[in-house]
Design a protein around this ligand. Structure first.
Ligand code: IPM
Ligand code: MG
Length: 350
């Protein structure tokens, strides 16, 4: 098949992990006789430097025309001055909104070979298989806000409409049906009116268990194997999915897919730009590579290829390859490139 894939390498370790995701996509194309056209565009902090715009019009147009978009990471200390007018993160939020990507799928992969070294007790991690479905274009990220640079007050507003909640609840329901059929919805209905609307709207669409976010944050670490699909609003989903990275052994492991009503999607690792390790070639590219697998599955309908990539990742981890974030003390860590090459070589059957 032919596909036009836009790459937005972004900032910090973004370009390093994007290169490995691209390597794997190219390997998939070679093996299956597919033609993937990969083209890179500026976005994030680098685009602020060069175009004074974190999401330049040319980049947005290319994304709109693409079959799928892959993003590395955006942001960094250079652009995080509290008084800055332009923010890399705003480019990402605008891109999600412009492409209508209201449902963010964040699976938490727990690989057998990592269980022993994860921060939680191995017995807690047995049978863990979670999928977060995070609402992505509403909630407090997109409600009316007022910033008063030199004033004493600023506000952000948490707004949800029934329609916004119902459409993402339907995505979560569909996902749960293809899995163990269990759906947990997260809110703060004991305090926030918007979250009472959330709870009511979710209940209209699907039978779920409801959990208050504070207690759930604790349950997630205490008995993660109890849950299957976890539906949450924009901010709670952001926070809980980073917390869940503990289960996977490292934030560097987590992939994501942001989807709307069509096939087009935006795929990005859950981790950020990690400025502290950028440029050193030590970042874990697995979250990025697993995001590429999600791209194959959701935007290109290449399910077999997606599963092969996931199996190749499991195999190299099974062989003991570890980037620095995963390596136990005393074990040599492989570089970002070595990890990417190993996955691509596995795919090719080497
Ligand atoms: C994420 C990130 C983003 C978010 C930032 C970079 C805007 O934390 O994708 O989880 O908060 O959505
Ligand atoms: Mg986040």
């Amino acid at each position: 098949m032919q596909a036009n894939i836009v790459l937005l390498p972004g900032d910090g370790i973004g370009p390093e992990v994007t290169a490995e995701a691209a390597r794997v996509l190219n390997a998939v194309a070679d093996l299956g006789g597919h033609e993937f056209q990969l083209e890179s565009h500026p976005m994030g902090g680098n685009a602020i430097d060069d175009f004074r715009n974190p999401l330049p019009p040319g980049t947005l147009a290319a994304c709109k025309a693409a079959d799928a978009v892959f993003l590395g990471a955006v942001g960094g200390p250079k652009w995080s001055d509290p008084t800055a007018e332009l923010r890399p993160e705003q480019g990402l939020l605008d891109l999600r909104a412009e492409l209508g990507l209201f449902a963010n799928l964040r699976p938490v992969p727990v690989f057998e070979s990592l269980v022993e070294f994860a921060p939680l007790k191995p017995e807690l991690l047995r049978d863990v298989d979670l999928l977060f479905v995070r609402e992505l274009t509403g909630g407090i990220y997109f409600g009316p806000r007022q910033e008063q640079g030199d004033g004493d007050v600023a506000h952000d507003t948490l707004v949800y409409s029934t329609a916004e909640v119902e459409r993402v609840a339907r995505v979560a329901l569909r996902a749960a049906r293809g899995r163990r059929g269990k759906l947990a919805s997260i809110d703060k209905a004991n305090v926030l009116a918007s979250m009472r609307l959330w709870r009511r709207s979710v209940t209209e669409v699907v039978e779920v268990t409801h959990h208050l976010v504070d207690a759930f944050a604790m349950q997630l670490m205490r008995s993660p194997a109890e849950y299957d699909v976890i539906l949450a609003g924009n901010m709670f989903g952001d926070i809980l999915s980073d917390e869940a990275a503990i289960l996977a052994g490292s934030l560097g492991m987590l992939p994501s897919a942001s989807l709307g009503s069509g096939r087009q999607g935006l795929y990005e690792p859950v981790h950020g730009s990690a400025p502290d390790i950028a440029g050193r070639g030590i970042a874990n590219p697995i979250g990025a590579i697993l995001s590429a697998a999600m791209l194959l599955r959701h935007s290109l309908d290449l399910e077999a290829e997606a599963s092969q990539v996931e199996a190749a990742v499991a195999a190299v981890l099974g062989d003991g390859l570890r980037t620095a974030d995963l390596a136990p003390p005393g074990q040599r860590a492989v570089s970002t490139t070595e990890m990417g090459r190993a996955v691509a070589a596995r795919l090719a059957g080497a």
